[in-house]
Design a protein around this ligand. Structure first.
Ligand SMILES: [Fe+2]
Length: 201
């Protein structure tokens, strides 16, 4: 058993798999998330970790932590959500409200947990909408969130693509997301449009 740390948080690894999460982080997640969302977060964390390992990326634990924490803003009450948005992310207030939890999540991860890694915060901020010119971890979180094996459709070919080459896998996920959301009313937003323009043209 190997014990590895990210910032002050400790994780136990056994044969390249996470077997033990820092108890403080785990308690925090249990307080912030409902059961299904907690399971989804664990699943996205595992998937991100596997994608990082198979693409031979540095510090795969960082990908695990990003997946684990990405939805902590999901159940913030509306009043607090608006306050955090107004005080910290004014420029994104004109996005649809469903995107707010991503920004609120980044705020909570930084302020409640003291995680100030900019790559992680950036990835959490844009995991719902995507954006143009995304960093590596942002691409992997965006994709892993959409293709989580716990979701109700067969995403196995995209998971395979992400594990073989996350850059080409990501483009495929963006294409599929665009098709999926095309006919859903109220789902368009300018950041996703930037992402489509940037990556699909
Ligand atoms: Fe998610």
């Amino acid at each position: 058993m190997e014990v590895v740390c990210f910032k002050k948080y400790r994780f136990a690894l056994k044969k390249g798999k996470i077997v033990d999460i820092d108890p403080f982080l785990n308690c925090y997640l249990c307080k912030k998330l409902k059961e299904n969302r907690y399971l989804h977060s664990l699943s996205v964390a595992n998937l991100m970790y596997e994608i990082a390992l198979s693409n031979k990326l540095d510090n795969p634990l960082k990908y695990y932590i990003c997946g684990l924490l990405h939805d902590v803003g999901k159940y913030e009450d509306e009043k607090s959500e608006f306050k955090i948005m107004k005080e910290n992310f004014k420029e994104y207030l004109n996005l649809p409200q469903y995107a707010y939890h991503s920004f609120v999540g980044a705020y909570l991860v930084k302020n409640d947990l003291g995680i100030d890694d900019n790559d992680i915060l950036e990835a959490i901020k844009f995991h719902t909408t995507g954006n143009a010119n995304m960093n590596i971890i942002s691409k992997i979180l965006f994709a892993a969130d959409k293709i989580d094996p716990l979701r109700n459709y067969d995403s196995s070919y995209m998971i395979k693509m992400m594990k073989e080459n996350f850059e080409t896998g990501f483009i495929e996920v963006v294409k599929e997301t665009k098709i999926f959301l095309k006919n859903k009313k109220g789902n368009s937003n300018y950041l996703s449009e930037y992402m489509y323009l940037y990556y699909l043209n």
